[in-house]
Design a protein. Structure first.
Length: 202
């Protein structure tokens, strides 16, 4: 074997170890996120200290948290991002596929709402409730709120196109401003959040 190929061999041999470390790191982040959701849901964000999160997650030291996150605001930002990003991406795909067709838009709207409601209902810690805590209104979470606003806008556009199926009805959906329609539609889906808080299951 030529000497010049040796570095490639070493790199190849180290690849499984790199993959293993990456998987372990992602598993640790997931463990921290799950523990944080549980603490916030039960005790509030103010009590979600690294010490409390470590205790709830079965972590031996808070250093295992600080290795991945600079502070609990960063944990909250990632939780919020992970909760809204899949829905925002699905909304974009469905909207592109539906195009301007009213029937296709209605079907896309139903698929999006059903998927979002299912995610909110099945999450073990009711992660959607994080959007209700006062801290989320802080400027630090502007990017996450912008994603949610984009999701609501997609609901509004799909709702507006689907409303053409009911064209001519007095006071029908076409009479509602698109931004208001989007806000109404996403709130209908998110009613799952308070239902879970009061009843436990949906």
């Amino acid at each position: 074997m030529a000497a010049g190929l040796a570095p490639l061999t070493h790199a190849t041999e180290s690849l499984p170890l790199q993959v293993t470390r990456s998987v372990a790191s992602e598993a640790r982040r997931a463990q921290i996120l799950d523990a944080t959701i549980a603490v916030v849901a039960e005790e509030g964000f103010a009590r979600a200290t690294f010490a409390r999160i470590a205790e709830r997650g079965g972590l031996s030291s808070t250093r295992l948290i600080s290795y991945h996150f600079a502070g609990k605001d960063d944990i909250l930002a990632e939780l919020l991002d992970r909760s809204v990003r899949p829905s925002a991406e699905l909304a974009r795909r469905l909207e592109e596929q539906a195009g301007p067709d009213p029937a296709a838009s209605a079907a896309a709207l139903y698929a999006l709402a059903a998927r979002d409601a299912e995610l909110l209902a099945r999450d073990p810690h009711n992660v959607g409730s994080l959007y209700l805590i006062p801290e989320v209104r802080d400027a630090r979470f502007d990017d996450v709120r912008a994603q949610r606003d984009a999701l609501a806008a997609a609901y509004g556009r799909l709702g507006r196109r689907a409303a053409a199926l009911a064209a001519g009805a007095d006071g029908g959906p076409e009479a509602v401003p698109e931004a208001v329609l989007g806000a109404l539609l996403i709130q209908v889906v998110e009613v799952v959040i308070p239902l879970r808080r009061s009843a436990g299951n949906v």
